[in-house]
Design a binder for this molecule. Structure first.
Ligand code: C2E
Ligand code: CA
Ligand code: CA
Length: 691
């Protein structure tokens, strides 16, 4: 027992179980207060000091209602206390707000006991537990709850809490348009009762994933709802403490649609709406994977419209665009559903054929494709005839990867072009080597002019009767440090294809006329110089200017220059061919029909322009002394040419027998190894001097 310096407290009043007081003194997290029948404090532990601010000394002897009871509760407390003492009506334990010494509220859970001591006096003990921490925790929880509600309302997502088997335990969400039924109707239901089977199984797969990876897993699914197909994104997370799954589901239809538009732009050609290069190759890659599994073949066709550039250049891009759209449409029409037509760019298309057993299957389809172009294209009331060249590469024999197959189909397409267009070629190994060589040549040709790798050789032309030199033909040679000497038969078509023939051709004209001037000055005599012109050079708008300037610069008469063209030039439909040929004639320059007999050998071409010379191709001269047919043909050509007023040159004369026969047939001029091979300028001048 402790001696208490109290106000007017009689010693017998605080006699209680001493050991109990010792216990109360030791706990400071619970406030223990003892009151006598007059509600005066008889016990006040450290917990009370801490909770209410009054020291034991301040509290002892004070009345309960004066210490910690707020004003408005005093009467109530006094009455309750008296009821307990007099009538035994217990004061129940309860949560209550009392008062600190400094006037602030103290929330406590208060329990009470009533003792009767050895003097038969009643003593009330109150045990108050501070609720401040609990209250704080509660308010925090409340706050979090509210915040969550606000967030959920602000988010477009649907939140589901589920058992591991997909039973829905709880649901939140404001996006009412995306749920089939009221939440009350699906809480407690399993997903399998609400969603289509395939989506449920998707959910189940991802629930397992979330369970095993202990993290968020995300997937997308689509539902056919009354307002159309709706695209959703689901995010699942596993709540390990509860063995439950949280599913957050969001309508991503708008996002999906924008993505679809972007996808359309990224994967499809905007003009024809066909798959673009990227998507086409992607599909091809997929097909190859499938083919590998199923041991099937696939064919890749590379299609290139013939002379599309001409349409674009002469009729405008709008017409060109319409031609491309119509071409795409026709290709699609011919193919089966499972096949793909894509646009690679420009006038290039790609076709992917599935389920191919043998080359013949491809042939049947390419026949149809070529046929699809036979009907004229009617664009803006204009009838256009178009053809297409096709290259085919077959998986697996012609390549393992999409890019290999495409490249090889491209190579085969070039071959189809070389073979006269409007046809299909299949890739072969030899083509590959050819193509590689072609690339190397192309690579080296850039800069070859600047590196002065080109040189003109000259081959003399003779008067058959008089056996006198009348002129020469300029023939180009290319000495390349990497590739060695490359023949014009090999590099001229490539120069033509790349357009490099334009600058190279200019060089040839300037050089040939420069040499002619040299030659004429030495011999003080007029000679002709024959220069070859290829189709592409006619699209060089400066061609005539270059020729005229070279004539003037080198003091050469126009009639000393002879320009050799083949039927290929006339058929090439290159722009400006017609105008240029007329101008050439008007300038007084001679025009020569080269390689006559190898092409169409059309008389109408010879009549169309004012040709001066006709050159009979080497292949006929070769045979004149051997077979009658060749001889008769050459005879006929010479007569016909003469009747049209043309001089005739025999090319490739190698023997004296050939020369004698040509003389008999009335051929005017001859050139060939019999006289001389094409030789460098210096050697040529020596040859002329010696002859
Ligand atoms: P081409 O215009 O028909 O030239 C005649 C070709 O026949 C030359 O071949 C010449 O060397 C060859 N030749 C001449 N006589 C004989 C002979 O008796 N026997 C044999 N077997 N061949 C003979 P080359 O110089 O290799 O030129 C090949 C083709 O390249 C030319 O055929 C021509 O189409 C083209 N070419 C050459 N130089 C030029 C050029 O400067 N510009 C253009 N556009 N084409 C050129
Ligand atoms: Ca020639
Ligand atoms: Ca020729």
């Amino acid at each position: 027992m402790k001696s208490i310096k109290g106000n007017n407290v009689s010693p017998h009043q605080f006699v209680l179980n001493d050991s109990l007081h010792q216990l109360f003194d030791a706990v400071n997290v619970v406030s223990v207060q003892g009151y006598d029948e007059q509600r005066q404090v008889i016990y006040w532990n450290v917990g009370s000091e801490l909770l209410y601010g009054y020291t034991k000394e301040q509290a002892l002897g004070q009345k309960l209602e004066d210490l910690i009871i707020p004003e408005h509760m005093r009467e109530l407390v006094i009455a309750a206390h008296s009821n307990w003492i007099t009538q035994g009506i217990e004061i129940p334990a309860s949560e209550i707000t009392l008062r600190h010494q400094n006037g602030t509220d103290v929330n406590v859970f208060s329990s009470h006991v009533l003792f009767t001591n050895q003097y038969n006096k009643k003593q009330m003990y109150c045990l108050d537990v501070n609720l401040a921490d609990v209250k704080y925790a509660q308010s925090q929880a409340q706050f979090k709850d509210n915040m969550l509600k606000t967030i959920i309302e602000a988010l477009p997502d649907l939140f589901f809490l589920m058992e591991m088997d997909g039973t829905i335990l709880d649901y939140h969400g404001t996006d009412k348009k995306n749920i089939f039924v009221k939440p009350s109707q699906f809480i407690g239901k399993r997903m399998i009762d609400l969603l289509p089977e395939d989506i449920v199984s998707k959910f189940q797969t991802h629930i397992d994933k979330a369970l095993h990876h202990h993290g968020m897993t995300t997937f997308e699914f689509e539902l056919n709802m009354h307002r159309g197909i709706v695209y959703f994104e689901a995010r699942l997370n596993y709540l390990s403490a509860y063995n439950q799954i949280v599913a957050i589901i969001r309508d991503i239809s708008d996002q999906y649609k924008s993505a679809e538009i972007i996808r359309q732009q990224a994967y499809f050609d905007s003009l024809t709406q066909l798959p673009n290069r990227f998507l086409s190759l992607d599909r091809l890659s997929q097909m190859l994977v499938e083919c590998e599994r199923s041991n099937e073949k696939t064919a890749v066709l590379f299609l290139d419209l013939d002379d599309f550039k001409k349409i674009n250049d002469s009729l405008g891009h709008e017409v060109g665009d319409k031609v491309l759209i119509e071409s795409g449409r026709r290709l699609k029409q011919v193919l089966r559903e499972a096949d793909t037509v894509g646009r690679l760019g420009g006038d290039e298309f790609i076709v992917l054929l599935r389920g191919i057993n043998e080359r013949h299957d491809v042939l049947v389809i390419t026949e149809h494709l070529l046929k699809a172009f036979r009907k004229p294209f009617i664009i803006d009331g204009r009838e256009l005839m178009l053809t297409v060249s096709i290259g085919a590469a077959i998986y697996p024999e012609n390549g393992q990867s999409a890019s290999d197959l495409l490249r090889n189909a491209d190579t085969a397409m070039y071959r189809a072009k070389d073979l006269g267009r409007n046809s299909c070629s299949f890739f072969s190994k030899e083509m590959n080597a050819m193509m590689l060589r072609r690339f190397k040549i192309e690579e080296q040709m850039h800069g070859a002019l600047e590196r002065k790798e080109f040189e003109l050789y000259y081959q003399p032309q003779f008067d058959v009767k008089k056996r006198q030199i009348t002129g020469g033909e300029a023939l180009l040679r290319w000495h390349n440090s990497t590739l060695g000497n490359i023949t014009p038969d090999e590099f001229i078509p490539i120069a033509e294809h790349t357009g490099l023939i334009v600058p190279i051709g200019r060089f040839v004209i300037q050089q040939a006329l420069y040499f002619l001037n040299q030659w004429q000055s030495i011999k003080k005599q007029k000679y002709t110089m024959a220069v070859n012109l290829s189709p592409r050079q006619f699209s060089d708008i400066e061609l005539l200017e270059i020729i005229t300037k070279a004539l003037i610069d080198n003091n050469i008469n126009a009639e000393s220059l002879e320009l050799e063209i083949t039927e290929g030039v006339l058929m090439s439909r290159q722009p400006l061919v017609h105008e240029t040929l007329i101008q050439i004639d008007a300038l007084g320059i001679k025009l020569s029909m080269d390689d006559f007999g190898t092409g169409y050998s059309s008389l109408s071409y010879l009549r169309q322009y004012d040709f001066d010379v006709l050159k009979i191709d080497r292949s006929f001269i070769n045979g004149i002394t051997l077979n009658k047919a060749d001889c008769e043909l050459v005879n006929a050509i010479i007569s016909m040419a003469h009747s049209l007023g043309l001089m005739v040159v025999a090319e490739g004369v190698e023997t004296v027998e050939q020369l004698t026969l040509l003389d008999e047939l009335g051929c005017d001029l001859a050139q060939g190894y019999y006289f001389s091979k094409p030789i460098p300028a210096k050697a040529f001048l020596d040859f002329v001097a010696d002859y």
